[in-house]
Design a protein around this ligand. Structure first.
Ligand code: SAH
Length: 463
């Protein structure tokens, strides 16, 4: 179940009437809105107090009559007297959608703030809660949209039959994408040459033939939708298929086109989980069908993302690919805790590693690095945290080295823990479910871990 108490629709009013009962400022405001449509607008009030003469409306200076609602698509009541009451009753009886100005409880519908680039309309609604906010949002969108948008939409509409005859589905969509985003088309449109430019572009697309597919290996960041790069967002909009892991934030997957196919390949209860070989085969097959594939991975694709294997498979199949970086979990964890993972005189480096399958020799090396101040960020290490800490100590790391753990970094419900390597090795850290980054190093003592749950029995050692 969603949260909206209203459902936004574009409601047909052509050939019908929009009736506004009232003769003052409020009625005038609604009239200004109503005349954006092709409906005929009728103002009814025995007290016409405002000048409606500038507007293409019919003014009836008389009391409201029940018959006034015949053929009405919508009714606005901006009259607080008996005429208003009569109009409300009549609207309810005739089931004509009713808006009572400034009385949300009595409204069947609200009027959103409208950005009018006919035939394109953008409506911003706060369901009556915050019309001022809706207007501010409208102003921002107004500023971002070309005034030529409507003309561009009409141009696209005028090409429909020709495009359908020349280009099949996906290729047609690509044509329209280029048509509506190309700056050259807009320039020609302003010069009155839009139609010939659109035809020329269509000829190019028809000649080009089937376009080859491509795979974008995209980092979706650690979880917050506003930690996605602008490039990732743009490519997600262009993708025909989104192949994602379960660690990818739902908001990022949602960002794709509504009709893009979405394939979850991550391991998750109740879902078939794909082997890496199956994922490789899947993205190759989709790209060979000419599709643009967004292979969306949590964090950064190049860090414990098995991108190497996918790139090998793509190279082998001769498929074009691009990598789009993302905010990796360790950096989100560093941000969450204001921990400078490199810090003058304290930590001259930052190591991203996984304890899974690490050899003693490697652990020996890391223990030395941590001892010299470098910050370790351990991925996929939660289940083996105590064991890894013990092994690091056995390889020479000091049990007093600060440790910080961030579960669900970059998410609103992240949880922080801090302690020492010794306490971690002793199994004192009881960590919540969820992906975690384990930091080991002196730099941790310089972060802001005030909200962290302490797992060291001994006092946290500040370097
Ligand atoms: N490519 C990803 C890492 C995938 S490996 C990245 O760059 O972040 C999966 C591991 O990443 C998890 O076991 C966990 O250690 C870490 N991880 C992923 N998302 C995380 C998050 N939001 N918070 C903490 N750790 C996370």
């Amino acid at each position: 179940m969603g949260d909206l108490t209203t459902f936004p629709v574009s409601y047909k009013v052509e050939g019908q009437r929009i009736v506004i009962v009232g003769g003052g400022e409020e009625a005038l405001n609604k009239a200004r809105l109503a005349i954006k449509t092709t409906a005929s607008v009728v103002i009814i009030s025995r007290h016409i107090e405002t000048d409606f003469s500038e507007l293409p409306v019919t003014v009836l200076a008389r009391p409201f009559e029940d018959g006034d609602l015949i053929g009405a698509a919508l009714v606005f009541v901006a009259d607080h007297g008996p005429d208003g009451d009569a109009a409300k009753r009549a609207a309810r009886a005739a089931r004509v959608p009713l808006n009572v100005v400034d009385v949300p409880e009595e409204c069947d519908f609200y009027t959103p703030a409208i950005i009018d680039r006919a035939p394109v309309t953008i409506a911003v609604s706060s369901e009556g809660d915050a019309p001022v906010l809706a207007r501010l949002i409208r102003a921002r969108i107004e500023a971002a949209l070309s005034p030529n948008l409507g003309a561009l939409a009409k141009l696209a509409g005028s090409m429909r039959e020709k495009v359908a005859a020349l280009l099949p589905g996906t290729r047609a969509r690509r044509y329209y994408e280029e048509l509506v985003t190309s700056p050259e088309v807009e320039v020609e449109l302003v010069r009155g040459q839009g139609a010939s430019k659109a035809d020329a572009l269509l000829a190019q697309h028809a000649e080009r033939g089937e376009s080859p597919g491509v795979v974008w290996l995209i980092g979706a960041g650690p979880g917050a939708e506003d930690l996605l790069t602008l490039r990732a967002q743009r490519l997600l909009q262009e993708a025909d298929v989104i192949v994602h892991d379960h660690l990818v934030p739902a908001a990022a997957v949602e960002m794709g086109r509504r009709d893009a196919e979405r394939i979850l390949v991550g391991k998750q209860k109740g879902h078939h989980s794909f082997t890496q070989a199956e994922i490789n085969a899947l993205i190759v097959r989709l790209a060979k069908q000419g599709k643009r594939v967004a292979r969306l991975k949590g964090g950064d694709p190049m860090i414990f993302g098995r991108a190497g294997e996918e790139i090998d498979a793509l190279n082998e199949a001769g498929i074009a690919y691009h990598v789009v970086p993302g905010v990796t979990a360790a950096l989100a964890a560093a941000a969450d805790t204001a921990t400078p993972v490199t810090l003058r005189k304290i930590s001259t480096g930052f190591v991203i590693a996984t304890a899974h399958g690490a050899e003693s020799e490697e652990l020996h090396h890391w223990a030395a690095l941590a001892g010299s101040g470098l910050t370790l960020a351990l991925y996929m290490g939660k289940s083996v945290a105590a064991e890894t800490a013990a092994r690091l100590i056995a390889e020479g790391a000091s049990p007093t080295i600060p440790v910080g753990v961030v579960v669900r970094a970059g998410h609103k419900d992240r949880v922080l823990y801090r302690g020492t390597l010794g306490a971690l090795a002793a199994g004192e850290a009881v960590l919540e479910d969820g992906p975690a980054i384990i930091f080991v190093g002196e730099a941790i003592a310089h972060g802001d871990w005030r909200d962290a749950i302490e797992f060291a029995r001994t006092e946290f050692k500040v370097a």
